[in-house]
Design a protein around this ligand. Structure first.
Ligand code: GUN
Length: 305
């Protein structure tokens, strides 16, 4: 059997960013936005000084600006109280220049994340984490339009799969991991695309046996090289959401996924690399979600995902 083809998330994300930039320009030129707002806007909120979060937030703000959107960057000290954060969110909810609000997670321990997620206006919830949007995704009908924000990494995975495989109808997808960030929402999106979905987790029995039945394996479990080559049905598609930093040769570090890349490559039909697979899609989908929020705020239909 031939070696698996790599799914080029970097190239697909570049195409999606281009599509978003075009959509932003069209919205600005032809429709205008309500209340004299010149362009769609994304507000990012970071509490504390976690270095990785600082990098993520900076790259989100920079990309929003590159695609023609306004970017509002809020950096709050580590001692910020929950009440102060909720007051900022209320202000952003009421600001017509802000179409999307992203509160970077994790938050410091003294802040209750569920209170914060609940405070974001569901129409501006470009992470798709508000319980109203979680519930909408959890009750969506087969093939129904995504006319509400959907979590970015799962949306990116669904786009990659549809682009690579075409119709997903009837395919058996095994999702490894049940997190609110990836596992559960990706399972809902695959169900919407008419897959037969099995959600698995740390207590699942005979995970290798279940995986061997899968046409699609999505692994988001946070354990390096967890899925082995002999778990994969020949020709299946493997989507690796893992980002694990390991120490490699000469004390240098490198990223590896949750799937054993070298073992799976000769068996699978398609495989996402780490890095350069799912990762670049997440931030591109955040931009897509922000544009869609701005389109909805202007009373326009959303673009199909
Ligand atoms: N931290 C890690 N991933 C995410 C994400 O998708 N959204 C937010 N807001 N914070 C994160």
């Amino acid at each position: 059997m031939a070696e698996a083809k790599l799914i080029d998330g970097k190239a697909f994300a570049a195409g999606l960013r281009h599509r978003v930039a075009k959509g932003v320009a069209e919205l600005v030129a032809t429709q205008g936005l309500k209340g004299g707002v010149p362009k769609p806007g994304l507000a990012t909120v970071l509490v504390g000084a976690d270095p990785a979060s600082q990098v993520y937030v900076r790259s989100k703000g920079r990309l929003a600006a590159e695609l023609g959107m306004a970017s509002f960057d809020y950096r709050l000290g580590p001692e910020t109280t929950e009440a102060e954060l909720l007051a900022l969110i209320a202000e952003l909810n009421g600001d017509p220049a802000v179409n999307g609000i992203l509160v970077q997670l994790p938050l410091p321990k003294h802040i209750d994340t569920s209170h914060v997620l609940l405070a974001v206006d569901p129409a501006k919830d470009v992470d798709g984490f508000h319980p109203v949007n979680v519930g909408r995704l959890g009750s969506i009908a087969s093939g129904a339009p995504l006319d509400f924000p959907v979590p970015c990494t799962p949306l990116g995975i669904a786009m990659l799969l549809q682009d690579t495989l075409g119709s997903l109808a009837g395919r058996h997808a095994v999702v490894i991991g049940r997190s609110n960030l990836v596992g559960r929402p990706v399972a809902q999106l695959l169900l919407r695309a008419d897959c037969t979905v099995t959600i698995t987790h740390s207590r699942t029995r005979d995970l290798p046996g279940l995986c061997r039945q899968a046409d699609i394996v999505v692994v988001a479990i946070g354990k390096r090289e967890f899925v082995r080559g002999d778990w994969i049905k020949p020709g299946a598609t493997v989507i690796d959401v893992g980002i694990n930093r390991i120490v490699a040769e000469a004390g240098k570090t490198r990223l590896v996924g949750d799937a054993a890349f070298d073992e799976i490559l000769p068996v699978a039909g398609y495989l996402t690399p780490v890095p350069g697979g799912v990762g670049p899609m997440t931030v591109a989908c955040l931009m897509f979600n922000t544009l869609q929020a701005a389109r909805r705020a202007a009373g326009l239909k959303v673009d199909s995902a």
